[in-house]
Design a protein around this ligand. Structure first.
Ligand code: AMP
Length: 523
């Protein structure tokens, strides 16, 4: 079966050809008719390009231009999974992803890759001019010899999203066509859908699974997506200026971003008079955020969504109701997505936990990813841990999240079993930063810890044992380490504070004693 998600978007070109499918703060936009024409033309060009081997994943680089969704669609329409890479990724990370993919090609919507990678770019590359020419050329009827693009099918990969990996190398989550179609079917009938036409805020980068929510909700029924381009993200004032003319009705973002906006009093119903729905996902949603948002936007309906990239974005969702805000406990993360089975298991014995008792959440069903690209070791640890008698022949994913299911079917999140964190909405493996630090010549040992404020992580602190214990440890060393990190990992992963020690306290198994070190950062 081919993708019903692609078919649903294409159908809008017939239904509402002149409606804007995607627009951004730069005033760039693309209608549904143009989106279909561009993605069809690019798909035909990919299918007939000698540079693109059959079925290989295709990197799509850029941020929030209308060419991005057109390229994503073109890839899947020609039988290739797309791999979004955002401009926030530094050189080393981009190189690592391209390298891991092996045989791939790069569609560079902004033309920045050759300068960034230089000789390191060993794969075929196509810049914005190539893409524009392919779109212009593809609109012309092709001769009989031209190959017709064959779209991805049910069990083919649809996209690969690279997330932080604990060993310093990002890992590629492989999502199939079936995963995306199942996700779309759920959202289509969910309570977050209000009467069309709507304008969805496409806030999250395409490298973050939360962005799939508004793409699926908006593009499959002829609504408009609105996004902020680089320059409008530089300050809240600039973002608000653009948002003020956007007509956004449905807000999808992390709670952190809303908190940032709410800190400014001008974020209110005067700025966004049509805003009626807010879907918040990706990290803990605090009651104060909902209360303040509903004060600023009277009548606003707020939803909490939860889910890892590995289970195709969200697997639980619920509206935050007044009675949830009134009671003295954390907010629920939602009810399970119909069709995906959620198991709460003891993380050691894998026994099923009864309702009301906490355990590790395992996701079972067809929204679970195929595993990590080229990483059988990581795949078997995360996707092969669920006992087969509980899996019932379905794919499973161990989330690392501690949750409780209550008898009414609502799930509650309590924290992580491992060293993965969310900082301002970004998913980060602390081990990723530590491995990167340890690979630097100035560093002997490194431990990165979160610093907390008001129940949320405010920033990261790096504790370092320098390679040269006699060398000066002041501002100059910190500056040097931060600069080196910025070349290797995204800026949001670079710790704000650095502390230097002669040695680390060790726990009985000989590892750095993180609890003792956490006490040291409070001193
Ligand atoms: P990502 O793959 O970036 O979407 O991150 C997934 C992880 O973010 C989950 O495994 C949780 O640890 C966390 N997370 C996502 N949504 C929520 C939520 N609504 N509440 C608490 N934690 C969340």
């Amino acid at each position: 079966m081919s993708s019903s998600y692609i078919a649903a978007i294409d159908a809008q070109a017939q239904r509402v050809p002149d409606a804007v499918a995607f627009c951004n703060s730069r005033g760039e936009s693309i209608t549904y008719a143009e989106l279909k024409r561009a993605s069809d033309a690019l798909a035909r060009w990919i299918a007939n390009s000698d540079a693109v081997a059959s079925g290989v994943p295709v990197v799509v680089y850029g941020h929030k231009s209308p060419l991005m969704p057109a390229c994503f669609l073109a890839c899947v329409k020609s039988g290739h999974a797309y791999v979004p890479i955002d401009v926030v990724y530094p050189r080393d990370r981009v190189a690592s992803i391209i390298d891991q993919l092996g045989e791939t090609v790069v569609l560079d919507t902004i033309g920045a890759i050759p300068q960034m990678l230089g000789d390191q770019l060993q794969r075929p590359w196509f810049g914005p001019d190539d893409l524009a020419a392919a779109i212009a050329d593809g609109a012309v009827e092709k001769g009989e010899s031209a190959a017709e693009p064959q779209p991805v099918r049910e069990n083919d990969l649809f996209y690969i999203l690279f997330t932080s990996g604990s060993t310093g190398t990002p890992k590629g989550v492989q999502i199939t066509t079936e995963c995306v179609d199942g996700f779309m079917d759920w959202l289509a009938g969910s309570e977050i859908m209000a009467d069309a036409p709507r304008v969805w805020f496409n806030r999250s980068p395409f490298t973050f699974d939360v962005s799939l929510t508004d793409m699926v909700c908006g593009l499959t029924r002829g609504d408009t997506l609105f996004a902020l381009e680089d320059e409008a993200e530089k300050s809240l004032a600039l973002a608000f200026e653009s948002l003020g003319t956007s007509g956004v009705t449905d807000w999808v973002s992390t709670p952190s971003f809303v908190d940032q906006c709410l800190a400014d009093e001008s974020f209110n119903a005067e700025l966004l008079p049509s805003l009626s729905h807010m879907v918040l996902a990706g990290e803990v949603l605090r009651p104060e955020t909902v209360r303040l948002a509903q004060q600023r936007f009277p009548g606003l309906r707020v939803f909490n969504g939860y889910g890892p990239t590995e289970s195709t974005d969200l697997v639980t969702l619920c509206e935050i109701l007044p009675e949830m805000l009134a009671c003295d406990r954390a907010l629920p993360i939602g009810y399970a997505k119909p069709g995906s089975r959620l198991l709460v298991l003891d993380p050691q014995t894998y026994e099923v936990k009864p309702d009301g008792e906490s355990g590790e959440l395992f996701v079972v069903g067809n929204t679970v990813a195929l595993g990590y690209w080229g990483r059988d070791d990581l795949t078997s640890a995360a996707f092969g841990a669920c006992p087969p008698e509980l899996a019932g022949g379905m794919r499973t994913y161990r989330t690392g999240d501690e949750v409780t299911r209550e008898p009414d079917g609502l799930y509650y999140y309590h924290g992580r079993y491992d060293l993965q964190i969310k900082l301002h909405g970004y998913r980060i493996e602390l081990g990723d930063i530590e491995s990167t630090l340890c690979a630097l010549p100035e560093v002997h040992m490194a431990c990165v810890l979160p610093a907390w404020r008001d129940g949320a992580i405010s920033h990261l602190v790096a504790l370092i044992v320098p390679a040269d214990l006699q060398a000066p440890r002041g501002f100059a060393l910190t500056k040097q380490l931060k600069r080196a990190l910025r070349e290797r990992i995204p800026a949001y992963m670079v710790p704000r504070a650095f502390k230097y020690l002669d040695s680390f306290p060790l726990n009985p198994s000989g590892k750095a004693d993180r609890k003792a070190l956490a006490a040291a950062i409070d001193e």
